[in-house]
Design a protein around this ligand. Sequence first.
Ligand code: GLN
Length: 537
Amino acid sequence: MAKHIFVTGGVVSSLGKGLTSGAIGLLLESRGLRVAIQKFDPYINVDPGTMSPYQHGEVYVTDDGAETDLDLGHYERFTQARSCRDSNYTAGQIYKSVIDKERRGEYLGRTIQVVPHITNEIKDAVRRMAKPGVDVVITEIGGTVGDIEGLPFLEAIRQFGNEVGRQNVLFIHLTLIPYLRVNQEIKTKPTQHSVGKLRELGILPDILICRTEKPLGEDVREKIALFCNVERRAVIEEIDLAESSTIYELPLVLVREGLDALLIERLALKGDGPGLDEWKRMLRALQHPEREVSIAVVGKYIHLNSAYESIYEALTHGGVANNARVIKRKIEAESLEGADAAAVFAGVDGILVPGGFGMRGIEGKIRAIRHARERGVPFFGICLGMQCATIEFARNVCALESANSSEFNADTPHPVVCMMDEQRRVVNLGGTMRLGAQECRLAPKSLARAAYGCDEVSERHRHRYEFNNAYRAQFEAKGLRFSGLSPDGKLVEIVELRDHPWFVAVQFHPEFKSRPVAAHPLFRAFIAAALARKGVR
Ligand code: GLN
């Protein structure tokens, strides 16, 4: 039977529960255990797919096509666990499922209530993660203890603990220990209150992970243990990482605090495994790179870091694989409109245009792509970035003036990117795009084929528009290569330029499958090309 770890958060939001949950997953894997990680989000939206990046940051896509919280990206980067639809449930999804059942008459006329119907639905969602072969399921509860909307989730995990037996469940509470600069004091009271709140709800946390700016000191640890009713060694210090360090150091911080051993002991698991050698090798490469490369990311939500979380991480991974530090130059696409591209991109070794939706910034992205194409700067286009690359090629190489995507101009005479027939009939906005992993065949002797080292790959999608096949022959004749197609040949997945050092644009999202210990092949190849370019600059 799988064991369960529930991770809650206290005092403030944004403490890094997602990263910590991912790191806990890695610690368990380092002990030879198989983990599955899941997140509950207490908001009412059915999924984050329709939410603005300003509200939510990146929407992370799973192989089976779920649009999910970006914390799932951390889970997949830290561990080998693959996420799926069951890895992320919102309150909206839980309620919707209960209401749908009620409409179908499945409750046989009973009154439907938060307890037990909503809480049962939540517990079922936890159980779905405990598939055969999984040793530990980690479930992160989004939000902060004390939020009204989080209550059904907390009640459900309390019940769950009783049902499967306390020896099979661990409650971990991530909390903030603030430091008051004026009187130079570390304060434990907010944590005492937060744990008190949990206890009121019937949850007795087993382990407290304390985010802190200053080392806790023995007296503080003892005080927390005493007032929060945990063992002294279950007070784990998670000290803020230095600005120069990386999120991938977090697992080692927790090992130093003895968290891995404690987890194994408290869940009565066998704990001999491969250790963290591979992870430590990656960290050494990341922290002591031999060289440096500068990559411009031209996007629309550029001042919002979390909007391109997986892109930035995948670039870092590509750097690790090439022994190089990747300096990310974040460029607001709109700022390029009317600007001198040569001046903006001076000192840049590669340009990446990520995915996105809507008109704003499109012309700036096209300008960046033109610069990359004409000046031989390595270019990597992703999803909308690929669509913009084809628009740029249509306008400036094929002389199809005012070519566009029908997403931005429904009346363009040259819709080089358009909606496929089946998509035109869709009226719902949520969950109706081309979503999830699909196969792609690679052309022999292409840059893509060389990067992947195989003939067929599977990559995750999230888009509504496609390259318009009516323009294939014309583009091909002018030097654009269609180096990746869907197995039936109908959908363009990858385009690249024939006469260019490295210009590859993909309709899918490779960034979701990149890991620090296994960089995505296209990111690895892109960084290698940028380093080569730097060599000749
Ligand atoms: N807006 C484009 C589409 O829907 C691209 C989407 C994306 O970049 N994820 O097809």
